[in-house]
Design a protein around this ligand. Structure first.
Ligand SMILES: Cc1ncc(COP(=O)(O)O)c(C=O)c1O
Length: 416
């Protein structure tokens, strides 16, 4: 370890006395435990640009005011006017008969699986890199008794339709086989870097599902980003699915909450499952008021996140020396995945360097800048833009990236 790197780590420790060591664990399929990137909390003169996730957003003044002023009632009794109003707005916006406000995306997906796959041992078909399959603790098996079979997630988040069709079971009621019930798609695709599912793909998936009497559920945690990217209404996308789960607490900036929408009968069943899972909330209008602001006022600014993401991606590509591999055609929304071409600079080390303030940094950049991002699947790095990141923050992140690269090259070449 060079003296410079060593002093860098000491300084990082001083600035973040509570933070874990700088080496970051990969947040991937086999990642062990919590990622160990330093969290925010540096000294006052250090700017933090937090690109770990769009879940880190905090409600702004207008949202907090709406929450404070919300009319509330007991929502388990169906008496919260703000929740009722919000659910109606969401159903209309998504082109669905009804909608239900639930605490999280994970619960929403689980409820959808429970309602679509009513018999224990029913089977759903999911992408092998879907959030539902990888990051939701196998809740559908654990809590709903639903079996999953996987299809390969292609780099753009789609599946091969022949492979998808080959996964459909035809043996029922032969006691050897589960019964296929559900196909789940994810839009935008998280692990594949915010990729947007083409409308033609959704149309084909729906046609296949209709042919075999299956349902289609979309984990649309970020479907509003997809709609903005494609320049269509969300209902144009969702006409191809039976149900959808849309998170309010990611790009849309609410502190909590997800909408699950679909046919009236589906939502009536979903109310029962939500209660069984402990998700029946009482004066939830305080939270639904934030969700309303998310859906009505926050969608218009998503293009800004997409633009900032592209700006950073371009800067990576233009970096001299060419240390980064970025597929610009794959940069569609607010999630960026890129890899490092130099095997001696791992994604974990790059993230650690971006997240700490080094000797000479303040002199070079005018201030210390901590840029937080995660090492990710397939030896890559993931960075996510959101309403807490301005164009100026993006420029700071670019300056920091250029500084990290120049420090790394000096160390590599032994320049003092
Ligand atoms: C695609 C996708 N689906 C579902 C979820 C789960 O949402 P929650 O964290 O609200 O449970 C996430 C969270 O990041 C996600 O990215």
């Amino acid at each position: 370890m060079s003296l410079r790197t060593f002093s860098c780590r000491i300084l990082s420790k001083l600035l973040n006395p509570g933070s874990p060591p700088a080496a970051a664990a990969v947040r991937g399929y086999h990642g062990a435990g919590r990622p160990r990137c330093p969290g925010p909390g540096g000294a006052a003169h250090v700017r933090v640009v937090d690109l770990r996730s769009d879940t880190v957003t905090k409600p702004g003044p207008a949202m907090r005011q709406a929450m404070a002023e919300a009319e509330v009632g007991d929502d388990v009794m169906g008496e919260d006017p703000t929740v009722n109003d919000f659910q109606k707005i969401a159903a209309d916006m998504f082109g669905m008969e009804a909608a239900l406000f639930v605490p999280t995306g994970t619960m929403s997906n689980l409820i959808a699986v429970m309602v679509h796959c009513r018999e224990r041992g029913d089977e759903m078909i999911v992408g092998d890199l879907s959030h539902l399959h990888i990051y939701e603790q196998g809740g559908s098996a654990q809590l709903a008794g639903v079996h999953a079979t996987t299809v390969t997630t292609l780099p753009n988040g789609t599946f091969d339709l022949e492979q998808l069709e080959s996964k459909i079971r035809h043996g029922y009621p032969d006691p050897h086989y589960p019964r296929s019930r559900l196909i789940c798609v994810e839009n935008t695709h998280n692990i594949q870097g915010g990729r947007v599912l083409p409308l033609s793909f959704l149309q084909e998936v729906r046609a296949l599902a209709d042919r075999y009497g299956l349902s289609v559920h979309m984990d649309g945690a970020r479907v509003m980003n997809a709609a903005v990217f494609q320049g269509v209404t969300p209902s144009t996308i969702l006409q191809h699915t039976h149900t959808v789960s849309v998170c309010l607490s990611k790009s849309l900036g609410a502190p909590v909450g997800t909408i699950l929408a679909g046919p009236r009968e589906f939502v009536a069943q979903a109310v029962r499952c939500r209660k069984a899972l402990g998700g029946g909330m009482r004066q939830a209008g305080v939270l639904a008021a934030a969700g309303k602001v998310s859906l009505l006022d926050m969608v218009g600014r998503l293009e800004e996140d997409h633009c900032n993401t592209r700006t950073f991606a371009q800067a990576l590509l233009q970096c001299d020396p060419a240390l980064f591999a970025v597929d610009m055609a794959a940069v569609e929304t607010n999630i960026l995945r890129f890899s490092l071409k130099d095997p001696s600079l791992s994604p974990a080390e790059f993230c650690a360097r971006m997240g700490q303030v080094c000797d000479g940094e303040e002199a070079a950049l005018g201030q210390g800048i901590q840029v937080l991002m995660y090492p990710y699947f397939g030896n890559s790095v993931r960075a996510v833009w959101h309403l807490g990141i301005s164009p100026e923050d993006t420029q700071l992140a670019i300056s920091k990236m250029q500084f990290v690269v120049s420090q790394y090259m000096k160390e590599k070449l032994g320049v003092q």
